[in-house]
Design a protein around this ligand. Structure first.
Ligand code: NAD
Length: 368
């Protein structure tokens, strides 16, 4: 059993509890220490509720990393974005492996520095790009890799949400407030919050390498400083093209992540709100639906599938699958099969390029 500590995820926080539940589902790691909030009383309140020892509940992440080094196998960083970089750094400097939530850091220079620290210390650094943990996303990836849709020509990815269709941050709403604050979110609202998932998923699923992009980021809701909607044209090595749309001002949408990939022999379509099904459109044949848990699943997708077909599973299991791969590596040096710090660097570079393009009238920006 691995031991881990958590930074962030205090009382009333959104995603910290999801990480704890995902880790508990796998049964590979136990929470032993925490700095869940900048307020020690809140950290104590939650830590005691979770059954942790009082002397392993800390006022600051620095103190925790210093005193827990050697006693924990990894730390989970689930704070608001501005606290990712300093806290991941503190952990790595104390020799602790880290799982951090996305978007990884505010700048790619920070992200590269963290990857350098992890490499120098022989540590594992991972980022929870959760959607890679879905069985049918894994199925899509394996089908494309074995050539089921031929050579990929076009990718269309969209991630519309509607929960910020009003100026929610003006009401003091916790999660909206820091996301809409440039100092805390990192100069982008929705590009970092949901566009970052698209950025990771497309190369993960297709194997394509982004070579340049042109982005137009908009603030659709009056009074909002940062982007809440964006359209990005993309080009990849080898000639494939793509188009991304993300939004948190798409009134009425809930969590509409959709990924479509078209090759010269067929197409594939996956929709997060119908996560159990993958639509396969082979050239010259009727489209068919592949069902999670069915015998059609390829081995990696089957390994990610936890309940029989027709018994839905979802987001929590996707987090759990990312953690399972991370813990397998920490336990037995299993090959890395989770989004890494290097993926985090690429994600932040993408955000920077979109901001640059959008500021300069949607000019094309070359990627390395
Ligand atoms: N992977 C996903 O699908 C996914 C989903 C939701 C959120 N996220 C990411 O997770 C992170 C947290 O988002 P959220 O919605 O849970 O935010 P939240 O505001 O609900 O929770 C943040 C928590 O971090 C704590 N915190 C902030 N700074 C801290 C510090 N310096 N030390 C200790 N604790 C600190 C806060 O007290 C709070 O408990 C964000 O980076 C967000 O982008 C990822």
């Amino acid at each position: 059993m691995l031991k881990y500590a958590m930074i962030g995820g205090g009382p009333g926080a959104f995603v910290g509890a999801v990480h704890r539940n995902a880790l508990a589902l796998n049964g590979q790691a136990t929470l032993v220490a925490g700095c869940f909030s900048r307020d020690l009383e809140k950290t104590r309140e939650l830590g005691l509720e979770l059954g942790l020892d009082e002397d392993r509940l800390y006022a600051t992440p620095e103190e925790m990393a210093r005193l827990e080094a050697g006693d924990i196998d990894f730390a989970v960083v689930v704070t608001s974005n501005e606290a990712h970089y300093p806290n991941v750094k503190t952990c790595l400097e104390n020799g602790i492996n880290v799982m951090c939530d996305k978007p990884f850091t505010h700048t790619s220079a920070q992200a590269e520095e963290l990857v350098g620290l992890a490499r120098a210390g022989g540590l594992h650094l991972a980022v929870t790009y959760t959607y890679a943990g879905y069985p049918m996303v894994r199925q899509m990836r394996e089908m494309i890799a074995r050539g089921d849709i031929g050579e990929v020509r076009f990718v269309n990815a969209e991630y519309p949400q509607g929960w910020l269709a009003e100026l929610l941050e003006a009401t003091g709403h916790t999660q909206a407030s820091w996301r809409a604050d440039p100092e805390r979110s990192g100069g982008t609202l929705s590009l970092g919050d949901v566009g970052s998932h698209i950025e990771y998923l497309v190369p993960h699923v297709t194997g394509l390498k982004l070579t340049r992009l042109a982005a137009r980021l908009d603030s659709l809701v009056e009074g909002r400083e940062l982007d809440d909607n964006g359209a990005i044209l993309t080009e990849y090595a080898g000639g494939a093209r793509g188009m991304y749309w993300y939004s948190q001002a798409a009134t009425g949408m809930v969590n509409g992540l959709k990924l479509r990939v078209f090759g010269d022999r067929g197409g594939l379509e996956w929709f997060q709100e119908d996560a159990e099904h993958l639509r396969y459109m082979p050239l010259g044949e009727s489209a068919r639906t592949i069902v999670r848990g069915s015998p059609d699943l390829l081995p990696g997708a089957m390994a990610y599938s936890h309940t029989p077909a027709g018994h839905p599973e979802g987001w929590l299991m996707a987090f759990a699958n990312i953690y399972r791969a991370f813990c397998d590596t920490l336990i037995s040096n299993a090959p890395v099969d989770f989004p890494t710090g290097e993926d985090g660097v690429r994600g932040v570079r993408f955000i920077e390029a979109c901001l640059e393009s959008s500021r300069d009238d949607t000019v094309w920006v070359e990627m390395e």
